[in-house]
Design a protein around this ligand. Structure first.
Ligand code: F6P
Length: 527
């Protein structure tokens, strides 16, 4: 495929972008001039709504962006993903996370349904108390040990849906190799009633290996019986051999497959801690919600396709308006961890400097992704949105019904704040007399509205962003499913670990690393 900047839609968009940079252009004026903007520029998937009317989009923009999507062969790329083509070309694999939420009757992957069935019976046994620890005590606590994709999705979903948990089990997550993380998580736990899940697609990840080994030492120091491991450790991995070598019995291994990327894996057995905490029926509703979004992405025309429209807007801003980051601000405390989850999804997927053929990209790609729950964000970083010099498009997420048992008034304040922030970003203040107080406005945003935050709608929301990321990668011509960049740091950490363990740092290390190591060692000796 020719380079992005050579496409004719690109050239037209490039010229068209100048219209929005004219001094007399203002988003608020555009909104006022088009009373039907909301209905023209909003789209639904089921009862999920995207209002994208507060964007730099006029009657000419959308047709041009859609031309770009056609020229970049996005419809064919969507079909290729669902067909299971080798779209992860550097690792020679498909990226088939959509198969994990495909109802069994239509699935070409019977192993998915088999694994779900195994999860179902395991979850039922643990939650009902039939699965006991080695002394016959029912399991009370579950510790998931994993990092990146083997942690962030399950952590986020478990936190978002905490209101759906019945507290049969206390589910905790350990990811960081900092030993304090495991130490804090083990605090006050009864080893006889604790189950460890070692979650690692590769089973070679240093952090997970360190934490799993330390957890096993802690467990054995409490019970001193290797055979008891069988009732207290399970694993999820593609590397069944390495998990068996670690001492986890065959029957406690849940498989995953190399066609599921780590950051797209919460729908696989990696979701086991979610299912243990919430119950399998809620996990299956999560899958159903994601499947509904999959069907939308697969079948809807580009002009009505929510992930595609959001991806086009992001490409529009990052490449023509110099946006370097996107903020996602859910007005829902339950979704506070959603932006952190999205960081891996976005930045591991889109942080690429060459296209699928290995040629340097012709435009900027990727963007920093960040945010926290509103209204908290308003009292920390929103000032930068309103009067800073950076151009930061925002995705607001509003949940119509409250997850709290009472205080409807507070929930209405929450929603009012969400709506008022997107309005303030668009309108600003007209009075320019005091430059310190002047707020220019003219800042674009999307608003997503969910009727309620339940497993089904959360599934749809996550899948929406997964597909948005894929659509962006297709528009930019990059591979969203590999992550070679993270390998160098892993390799170097082995060298620096040896240097920290040695008497003196090796001479061939750079001056900064040697200086830092010698300071650290000195302070360690003084401890
Ligand atoms: O950070 C790199 C990475 O490979 C992620 O892509 C992945 O989600 C994470 O490490 C954990 O990998 P694993 O599940 O193999 O332990």
């Amino acid at each position: 495929m020719s380079s992005l900047t050579e496409s004719s839609a690109w050239k037209s968009l490039s010229a068209h972008a100048a219209d929005f940079l004219q001094p007399d252009f203002h988003l608020a004026a555009l909104m006022r001039s088009q009373p039907a903007r909301f209905s023209s520029f909003s789209v639904r998937q089921g009862d999920l709504l995207l209002d994208y009317s507060k964007n730099f989009v006029d009657d000419r923009t959308l047709p041009l962006l859609l031309d770009l999507a056609e020229e970049r062969q996005l419809p064919a790329a969507i079909a290729a993903m669902f067909r299971g083509d080798e779209i992860n070309n550097t690792e020679h694999r498909p990226a088939l996370h959509v198969a994990l939420r495909q109802p069994a009757a239509n699935s070409a992957h019977p192993e998915v349904a088999e694994t779900l069935e195994r999860m179902r019976s395991f979850v039922d046994e643990v939650r009902s108390g039939k699965w006991t620890g080695h002394t016959g005590k029912p399991i009370k606590s579950v510790i998931n040990i994993g990092i990146g994709g083997s942690d962030l999705g399950p952590v986020m979903v478990s936190d978002a849906l905490a209101e759906f948990a019945d507290n049969k089990l206390d589910v905790r997550f350990v990811s960081n190799v900092d030993p304090v993380h495991l130490q804090r998580s083990l605090n006050k736990l009864d080893a006889e009633a604790t189950l460890f899940i070692v979650a690692s697609k590769s089973f070679t990840t240093l952090e997970t290996h360190q934490n799993a080994s330390a957890a096993r030492r802690w467990f054995l120091s409490n019970c001193n019986d290797e055979e008891a491991i069988a009732q207290h450790f399970v694993a999820i991995t593609t590397n069944l051999e390495a998990a068996a070598d670690f001492g986890i019995p065959q029957e406690n291994l849940f498989p995953m497959w190399d066609w599921v990327g780590g950051r797209y894996s919460l729908w696989s057995a990696i979701g086991l801690p979610i299912a243990l905490g919430l119950g399998m029926e809620h996990f299956e509703r999560l899958l159903a919600g994601a499947h509904a979004m999959d069907e939308h992405f697969r079948t809807q025309p580009l002009s009505e396709n929510m992930p595609v429209l959001m991806a086009l807007l992001t490409v529009w801003y990052t490449t023509f308006f110099d946006a370097h980051s996107t903020a996602v601000v859910p007005y829902s405390q339950a979704l506070d961890k959603f932006p952190t989850y999205l960081q891996q999804l976005y930045m591991e997927s889109l942080g690429k400097r060459v296209d699928q053929e290995g040629q340097p990209v012709s435009t900027g790609t990727g963007e920093a992704m960040w945010g926290t729950a509103g209204t908290n964000g308003q009292h920390s970083y929103f000032q930068l949105f309103h009067q800073g010099t950076q151009f930061i498009p925002v995705d607001f997420i509003a949940v119509a019904q409250s997850g709290a048992d009472d205080n409807h008034e507070a929930h209405q304040h929450l929603l009012a704040n969400c709506l008022s922030q997107s309005l303030a970003l668009m309108e600003g203040t007209p009075d320019e007399s005091d430059p310190h107080k002047y707020i220019p406005g003219n800042r674009p945003s999307n608003t997503l509205v969910l009727p309620q935050l339940d497993p089904y709608h959360l599934g749809s929301l996550i899948a929406l962003y997964e597909h948005k990321v894929y659509a962006q990668s297709v528009l930019w011509g990059i591979n969203a499913f590999d992550q070679w960049g993270v390998e160098l740091g892993k390799k170097l950490s082995k060298t620096l670990f040896s240097a920290l363990q040695a008497q003196t740092a090796p001479d061939d290390l750079d001056s900064s690393s040697r200086g830092l190591i010698s300071t650290i060692k000195q302070w360690q000796m003084n401890a």
